[in-house]
Design a binder for this molecule. Structure first.
Ligand SMILES: O=C1O[C@H](COP(=O)(O)O)[C@@H](O)[C@H](O)[C@H]1O
Length: 266
């Protein structure tokens, strides 16, 4: 079987199985990346399943087989809130996983918080510089080995929302949003070209409220109307979903059971 970088959907019976399977897949792949590259860059997301996956990684018996000191953590987006606010994606990710593993704090790259002394615009510029400082030659961001993304019921990814300017941005690596339809209104986000420069995009979504938007995205909707439709990673673009979210996925896009074991799986 030849695996190409077509978008694929892997369906799981329920949310708990979904989170556990993605956690196991992540641990295997990040270990391979560290073995071959010497280090790894991971982009984290907020949202229900994004945090559930981090909790499942934390609960995994294989958790401590990963050399976490070689992993750098970035975020796909952040809510513009004070550092200690429970709704910050960074705070939730730390509580779910980062506080429990042997990371190198110098390798953790959160977005600035609203009480940092920076304005929202300055915070976007600062994250753009941080990405550029870690970028490979000729690129504007590090090699993102695995990028996790949640998908909102409106099709938003990171903090790129339907019909907003941010989803069309191609010059910048980071945008700020002042009027998000989902609270809080002020947010920071990586842009679509930077997300799509990731080696592997892992979208994780569950629940019946995600079914229609996933169906539309896979049927070729415009990314300006359904942002998730614009995602395409360099090696792998995989939607990990539960049965409810898969309800409107075309049959030919559902991945075969041996998807990950194919000879050229990467
Ligand atoms: O606000 C956000 O929402 C999305 C999706 O969240 P979900 O709970 O519907 O899965 C998330 O991906 C993003 O990081 C977050 O800031």
């Amino acid at each position: 079987m030849t695996v190409t970088n077509e978008r694929r959907v892997l369906v799981h019976p329920d949310k708990a199985t979904l989170a556990g399977t993605v956690a196991a897949r992540f641990i295997t792949k990040i270990t391979d990346v560290i073995d071959s590259e010497g280090d790894a860059n991971v982009v984290l997301t907020g949202g229900t399943m994004g945090i559930a996956v981090l909790e499942a990684i934390n609960a995994s018996a294989a958790r401590d087989s990963v050399d976490w000191s070689r992993v750098s953590f970035w975020w796909g987006d952040e809510r513009w809130l004070p550092r200690d606010d429970d709704e910050r994606n960074e705070k939730q990710a730390r509580a779910a996983l980062l506080d429990h593993i042997a990371i190198d704090e110098a390798h953790v790259h959160p977005f600035a918080a609203s009480d940092s002394g920076l304005t929202l615009e300055e915070a976007a510029d600062a994250y753009e510089r941080e990405l550029a400082d870690a970028a490979r030659e000729g690129t504007r961001a590090p090699r993102f080995d695995i990028t996790f993304l949640g998908v909102g019921p409106d099709g938003h990814i990171a903090s790129l929302f339907p019909g907003r300017e941010g989803i069309r941005e191609t010059e910048r690596s980071v945008i700020f949003e002042r009027n998000s339809p989902k609270p809080p209104p002020e947010r920071l986000s990586l842009t679509l070209p930077v997300l799509n420069a990731s080696e592997r995009l892992f979208m994780v979504l569950a629940g019946p409220d995600k079914a229609s938007v996933l169906g539309l995205a896979l049927a070729g909707a415009s990314f300006e109307e359904v942002p998730v439709a614009g995602l395409q990673g360099r090696r792998r673009t995989v939607f990990f979903v539960d049965q409810d979210a898969a309800a409107e996925v075309p049959e030919n896009l559902i991945a075969p059971v041996n998807y990950w074991t194919a000879a050229d799986a990467n």
